[in-house]
Design a protein around this ligand. Sequence first.
Ligand code: PFF
Length: 469
Amino acid sequence: MVERETWISRAGFIFAAVGSAVGLGNIWRFPWLTAQNGGSAFLLVYLIIVLGVGVPGLLASFVIGRRSKRNPVGAFKSLGGGRVWTALGGLCVVTSIVLISFYTVVGGWILRYLLESFTGAYFTQPAAHFDSIAFGTQAFFYQVVFLLVTVVVVMAGVRKGIEATTKLMTPAIILLLGGLAVWAFYQPDTASGYEFYLAFDVQYLADNFIAVLGAAAGQALFTLSIGSGTMLTYASYLEEDRSLPADGSIIALLNLGVGVLAGLVVFPLLFSFVGEPTGGGTGALFVSIAGAFATLPGGRLIGGLFFFTILLAALSSSISMLEIPVAYLVDEFDYDRPQATGGLFALVLGAGAINAFDSNVFEIVAGPIVNQLLTLGLIGFMLYTAWILGDEAVEEFTKGGGTIARTVGVPWRYTVGTILPLFLLFSFYTNVISLLGISLPPVAVVGLTVLTGLPVTGSLFQAGRPNND
Ligand code: PFF
């Protein structure tokens, strides 16, 4: 068996993890969600969820990964706990395939828009143009090219592929986006853009609190890449001497900063050159913002830079998705990396084609399916960390850390074992209920959460306690 790789440096790990987190979620989804859900009031709720749920969840993933030094399936197998937990690892592998099959469709659109920025192909009729290219053979073609780039990087390995590329890509994304935000600041109607984006609409928040909470929670998981096994797998290539809480906080803050920065680019541009955005959703980035580049002096260059930045962000995320099943095949079945990656390329191509050809499948996968899979995955990671790993998890959490890590280790364990999974379960039910078109008062959903969640948590607590006889 070939020796398992590790990151060359701490910075390498942080860049790779930030590269995974920063992606379409930040640039494509986040600004729209913020603008539609009460501006900076949403931002505040989102911030609280990222710090209160996202970071502890990220750390649970890191702890399992570094402790086991395995892919998600191998991790639960080797750390123990039984079949249910190994199945949770299997769920991660499935989630990663689902994720990559829709994400590469959008990656393909971005690649195409990058090229078309220079020819101006989407300039005259942005909406009609997007509709004509979004799904079908051409979409599939660009998806395949995007996927191939991802495959080449992952095939080259953790150090020579993932670390070497994300070490360049991640700083480039931050610098380019920062540059674009500064440039956007000088555009004619920047002030209205900022106002639309960041208006503090407390009334909206008060009237739609549960819906906003659900949107913010889903976004927090997606953007931090948690619940899928990506962060678990990345942490499995870590050595012992790094503080997980410190690295996790840096990653979450950088990710948040990039999200906010993206909004500072998108909205000034829209208000200066297109007008008030009328809707978010799949085509938002490609229709409205592309329309802005059409009117803008030097729009071809700026458009090109903009889509190049997003392309880098999307690539560094799709790389991290593919690494999950690759690590699984390499660790568990001793495939060599090129074999594993090549085989997965064929599989993902098939799953991806369904998304590239059928817009209905794409919409369902990209939204509800992915959200619910990530939520379930993270609930599992949290419960496992707190009750199956227990003290071992706290030990792993504090290893390499300082006083802060030692102080928060135990409280972290108990929150990820109780309140946070219950919160996620509540958000899971809220989403399922709204998807089914049923309307239930929030207290009924709380009731359902407590009735189903407490017995599970309680029995795990019992089972996980040392000397509990
Ligand atoms: N965090 C990525 C984004 O915001 O675009 C998406 C993502 C990557 C989700 C990897 C899940 C994952 F495992």
